[in-house]
Design a binder for this molecule. Sequence first.
Ligand code: NAP
Length: 243
Amino acid sequence: MKKCALVTGGSRGIGRAVCIRLAGMGYHVIVNYVSNDAEAQKTLDLIREAGSDGELLKFDVSDNAAAVSAIEGWQDANPDTYIEVLVNNAGIRKDNLMLWMEQEDWTKVIGTSLNAFYNVTRPVLKPMLVRKYGRIINMASLSGLKGLPGQCNYSAAKGGLIAATKALAQEVGRKGVTVNAVAPGFVKTDMVEGLDEAELKKTIPMNRFGEPEEVAALVGFLASKEASYITGECISINGGLYS
Ligand code: NAP
């Protein structure tokens, strides 16, 4: 049976590094993204360079109907296998102080991180339970643990994701499905473009931003069979910024 993994937001940044890591572990990687066809194709090329194969599955994770239809369509086309690793990684930032935050920036950020957890996890979950094996890893953030000013929307989305991780872990542990979250600090991707790295790194004990590959290594471990007794956890990866 072909071993399959789905990574949301796999076209760039941390998601891309996770795709390559899972490819190296022998997974057929389904790369989800929303708009950037060229970067998604580049991820697929890198998956092939890593010695595995994969496919693109473009849909908006914040759109329930689109997510359900894409995932059910994939399952119908692949009746002999199932998605045994799900990495809920897609996410966006729309920072502003609460006083000036538009409703749209609140709902979009919650939609892409928190509603997406529901939209994508639900259709993927049943086959995992039936086969009694699965790994779900949710990309949270330091912001969801600590709360960061200017990020009420993002902190709420990521905090909610951490709580949902803990709840779902208790629902499905008996069925061999683990559910964990990863909480990065500052990681060098398009998302942190425009931040003052030279200034911010002074606040980080390791005196640097993280690399997407460092986060991917942790996700790869949580996705592996070796991580079989870890569930309901949120693991920080932030160079000592906060723990
Ligand atoms: P990034 O470089 O901006 O990449 C974001 C990815 O998410 C892209 O692949 C993008 O697809 C996809 N995406 C955005 N909205 C989507 C939607 N509605 N449906 C499907 N895919 C969508 O971000 P990143 O830094 O790698 O962040 C990845 C995750 O880590 C996010 O959840 C983020 O909140 C979290 N995180 C990042 C940092 C950091 O410092 N970078 C720190 C803590 C947590 P397109 O290419 O099609 O736009």
